[in-house]
Design a protein around this ligand. Structure first.
Ligand SMILES: Nc1ncnc2c1ncn2[C@@H]1O[C@H](COP(=O)(O)OP(=O)(O)OP(=O)(O)O)[C@@H](O)[C@H]1O
Ligand SMILES: [Mg+2]
Length: 456
């Protein structure tokens, strides 16, 4: 059975039960009221007739009481009505022939009402009305049947509207669920562009929005996976094939007794092996950061020393590229509480990028500032500024994601183009220590990458 059918049935049954219960309660209440009204009106007839009889006894004018008895039989459908005087003799009766005689015996099967005409209990003067039980029951049944019919009509109308409403409600709930089921099937068939229209603000609307968001994320992950596979393929294949080619070349030249270029070829092989090793390390670093398996061992590190290590490490490369690499001298007394290996890797990645992207004649400068307040706590700021090509505002956030590179910069680069993992790793290493990383840059004006690490 479909969800929609189930909803309709369930709501319909609930409605039937609710309306049935209410209808029955109203019917029983109405019935009681009707019966009480009829009894009251019989009592009122009795009181009025007794009044006529009292008047007749007082004034000795029996005619009015006779007329009243007659009209009771004619108009109110009673069997008989009469009054007896203090001696117990009939003085007024709907049947004139009964006047002056003792009252007729009371029929046991009919309903008899009587009312004494005098306050003295010894006197036998009383007024009597005999109602036909059959007539009473017929009239009561008629009244009750009318009430029942009215209530049943109202119940049926409510039920019909309720069923229409429940069907509409069931449809409004089941339709988005069906759409969601269809969208899930589309996703399962790898159609990651499929989206559900979001046109309501309730829980189902939010669920559709979340579903779309999930589909979007899946699409991004899918793209990332494809980029990753092609990047990994390229980054593994090209150094490996270079190593293979140059090894064969060495073997062939060696066999021919030609060893002139041996050192060059071996250097090429070593460079490609280094490139391969770096890529594998980067991938492993990313995996470690993602799985939060990094072991942070913090100690107090002198910023001046960390900067000096970087200057030493990149001295040759800066010289070769004709880029001035320098560090701020005012940092002597600044220390930072951090993991030394991570700090070294962070700075190496940033300085390496700055040197890689800054053209000859440019500058790369390291600087630091202590007690910079961020998020209400003191941080040490470490910056690497360059006079490179700069980064457009639209790219400034995404370059911290894995495998993201600025296409314009990448296209202009000669030699190894990198994999776009450096900044993602750097960001991971900074964040695992409770820090943040930011870039300030303008196209054509260079960039400043700043890392903020908590002082304690
Ligand atoms: N100092 C900089 N100046 C200009 N662009 C930069 C700078 N640093 C990074 N970028 C841009 O950000 C991209 C991502 O940098 P990232 O360090 O993550 O990757 P990569 O250097 O290209 O490769 P890898 O570091 O994996 O060898 C770079 O490709 C480049 O486009
Ligand atoms: Mg890099």
């Amino acid at each position: 059975m479909t969800l929609r059918m189930r909803f309709t049935l369930l709501i319909g049954l609930l409605l039937l039960f609710g309306v049935g219960l209410t209808g029955t309660t109203i019917y029983l209440g109405e019935r009681r009221v009707r019966l009480r009204e009829r009894a009251d009106s019989r009592q009122a007839l009795m009181t009025a007739f007794a009044e006529y009889c009292r008047d007749a006894l007082k004034t000795h004018d029996h005619l009015q009481a006779m007329n009243a008895a007659e009209s009771l039989v004619r108009a109110a459908g009673v069997l008989s009505a009469y009054g007896t005087d203090e001696k117990g003799r009939v003085f007024a009766h709907n049947d004139v022939t009964r006047v002056g005689r003792p009252p007729p015996p009371l029929p046991a099967s009919e309903l008899v009402l009587n009312e004494p005409l005098s306050k003295d209990p010894r006197e036998r003067a009383q007024s009597v009305i005999v109602f036909s039980r059959k007539n009473i029951e017929r009239a009561e049944q008629e009244a009750i049947r009318l009430t029942g019919r009215r209530i049943a009509g109202a119940t049926a109308v409510i039920l019909i509207f309720g069923l229409i409403f429940s069907a509409a409600l069931a449809r409004s709930i089941s339709r988005p669920i069906q759409r969601m089921a269809r969208a899930t099937q589309e996703l399962a068939q790898n159609n990651l562009d499929h989206r559900i229209p979001v046109n309501r603000s309730d829980e189902l609307g939010r669920l559709a929005g979340d579903f779309n968001h999930m589909a979007e994320r899946l699409g991004e992950l899918d793209k990332m996976k494809n980029d990753f596979v092609s990047m990994v393929t390229h980054e593994l294949r090209s150094p490996l094939s270079a190593i293979e080619t140059y090894a064969s070349l060495i073997a062939e030249e060696w066999r021919n007794g030609d060893s002139a270029d041996l050192v060059d070829h071996l250097t090429t092989i070593r460079n490609n092996a280094t490139r391969l090793g770096r890529f594998v390390n980067n991938i492993l670093d990313v995996a470690k950061i993602e799985s939060k398996a990094l072991d942070v061992r913090k100690e107090n590190i002198s910023v001046a020393q960390a900067f000096k290590d970087q200057l030493d490490l990149f001295y040759a490369r800066a010289k070769e590229k004709n880029v001035t690499l320098s560090a701020d001298h005012t940092v002597d007394d600044v220390t930072v509480f951090t993991d030394p290996d991570m700090l070294a890797q962070i700075l190496t990645n940033l300085v390496g990028n700055a040197l890689k992207f800054t053209p000859p004649g440019g500058q790369v400068r390291l600087s630091s500032k202590a007690r910079v307040v961020r998020n209400h706590t003191a941080h040490v700021q470490l910056s690497v500024a360059d006079t490179g090509p700069g980064i457009a505002a639209k790219d400034q956030e995404r370059i911290f994601n894995r495998f993201e590179q600025v296409a314009e910069i990448r296209d202009k680069m000669k030699g190894q183009k990198g994999t776009g993992l450096g900044l993602a790793i750097t960001k991971g290493l900074v964040e695992v220590q409770g820090g943040t990383i930011e870039v300030e840059s303008e196209l054509g004006r260079g960039s400043v990458f700043s890392v903020y690490l908590p002082e304690e």
